[in-house]
Design a protein around this ligand. Structure first.
Ligand code: CP3
Length: 394
């Protein structure tokens, strides 16, 4: 698929988007009418439902360690590629049915204990006024990056998150219905710092030099930007919980761009702001700060129920620093999925042992599933986590 054929997505398309969602009327009405969808009070704890992931998030006893994987709904799965051969990334993200189909694929194929909704962190910025495009080589990018105070002032915080993002909530309602009595659904957003990094830089980057320059050269513009993104993100996450997400995750993939002292004063307060505003939704919240190893003592008080640990840190050290107030998620080296299955199994055992003192452990990779991971190896990892953790408890 050539990136020339990939359409853009901006505020102008939002009216069109709402039209597309309205066309889903009957489907959505059925989803709302189901008495005990996962995430509703009636659905929670229902016999036969796999609640292991939610229990581990809350630090409750579990029969085995639950596992899901960041980027499990993605390119390493041939079934995902089959869907994508007929569409493009932004169209898939904007289609509730296609998003739901891709979300459920890894549950069927891999046997993971949670589904993460198929979407992207960057689409959330579109209703704020960002013009999104997708290039196959580099991923999502914005045509109108934020470079000045005036650009920040122009950003909108819509009153209603469904304005422009209704396809997410409709897709999640479909997932909640289709997943009933199977596994919980994770909704997500980028943390304010990671979102702002993409909005200022205009796309993915190694150095994020423009963003780092703005943080330190225009602190007032930076603070206004972070506050606007935080307010928008909180509304967006609350709406996901209302639509059927059973847990919510904040991805702070760029947290390591500034050092620990600056992270704690310039980033973490906005993470706290989002979590404080979302907490009353009553679903577990996961915070994952990639490269934020130096600040775990501060992160443990950010309000999240679960702290995601990346591959760059020893899990037993993380557990010690986090203490008994939170659960941990992580953190096996993602690229070990390229190793032989007996080595994957050995590493799974090591990771399970490292998490031993944790209040609760959600097994995950230290970052996303690598693009060319053999599906059989990914399955072998899921099985190893289930088998080895069940044995350890008996
Ligand atoms: O399976 C899942 O985890 C759910 C879906 C999901 C996607 N993106 C789908 C996706 C999630 C949770 C994200 C989050 C996301 N998006 C993050 C935070 C997590 C992280 O990886 O650090 C970030 C930084 C992005 C931005 C983004 N999206 C980039 C830089 C890229 C291109 C490079 C890459 O990693 O693929 C994307 C594209 C993207 N998002 C794909 C998918 C399945 C690949 C699209 C394709 O080629 O078909």
């Amino acid at each position: 698929m050539s990136s020339k054929n990939q359409p853009t997505f901006g505020r102008r398309d939002i009216v069109q988007g709402i039209g597309a969602v309205a066309a889903l009327g009957p489907l959505v009405a059925r989803a709302e009418g189901s008495a005990s969808r996962p995430g509703s009070a009636a659905g929670r704890g229902k016999p036969g439902r796999n609640d292991t992931f939610l229990k581990a998030c809350r630090g409750e006893p579990v029969e085995y360690t639950p596992i899901w994987m960041m980027r499990q709904a993605g390119r390493f799965l041939p079934q995902y590629q089959q869907v994508m051969a007929k569409t493009n990334f932004l169209a898939a993200v904007r289609s509730p049915e296609v998003s739901a189909e891709i979300t459920i694929q890894p549950v069927d194929i891999l046997g993971v204990d949670a589904a993460i909704f198929f979407s992207d962190i960057t689409t959330v910025a579109v209703p704020m006024g960002m013009d999104l495009r997708y290039a196959d080589a580099t991923g999502p990018a914005f045509n109108n990056p934020i470079r000045s105070r005036a650009d920040v002032e122009r950003l909108v915080v819509p009153d209603d998150p469904a304005e422009g993002l209704g396809f997410v909530f409709e897709g999640q309602k479909i997932c909640a219905r289709e997943l009933a009595n199977r596994v919980p659904l994770i909704g997500f957003a980028g943390a304010p710092f990671t979102m702002s990094a993409y909005m200022v830089e205009g796309g993915s980057s190694n150095a994020f030099a423009e963003f780092r320059r703005l943080i330190f050269s225009a602190p007032d513009a930076y603070a206004t930007l972070m506050d606007k993104v935080a307010r928008h993100t909180a509304k967006y996450l609350r709406a996901q919980a209302a639509a059927g997400a059973d847990a919510l995750m904040l991805f702070d993939s760029n947290a390591g761009l500034i050092g620990p002292g600056d992270f704690e004063t310039l980033n973490l307060p906005y993470v706290r702001q989002v979590i404080a505003a979302v907490k009353s939704a009553g679903v577990p919240i996961i915070y994952f700060g990639l490269g934020a190893h130096g600040s775990l003592a501060a992160i443990r008080n950010c309000g999240a129920d679960v702290i995601g640990i990346d591959y760059g840190m020893r899990l037993d050290d993380a557990v010690r620093q986090l203490g008994p107030g939170v659960s941990v998620q992580g953190n096996i080296e993602p690229n070990c999925l390229y190793q032989p299955q007996d080595e994957i199994r050995r590493r799974v055992g090591e990771t399970l042992r490292a998490a031993k003192g944790a209040r609760g452990h959600v097994f995950n990779l230290g970052h996303g599933v690598p693009r060319h991971s053999p599906v059989d190896n990914v399955k072998a990892m899921v099985d190893a986590v289930h088998e080895l953790s069940a044995n350890r408890r008996s």
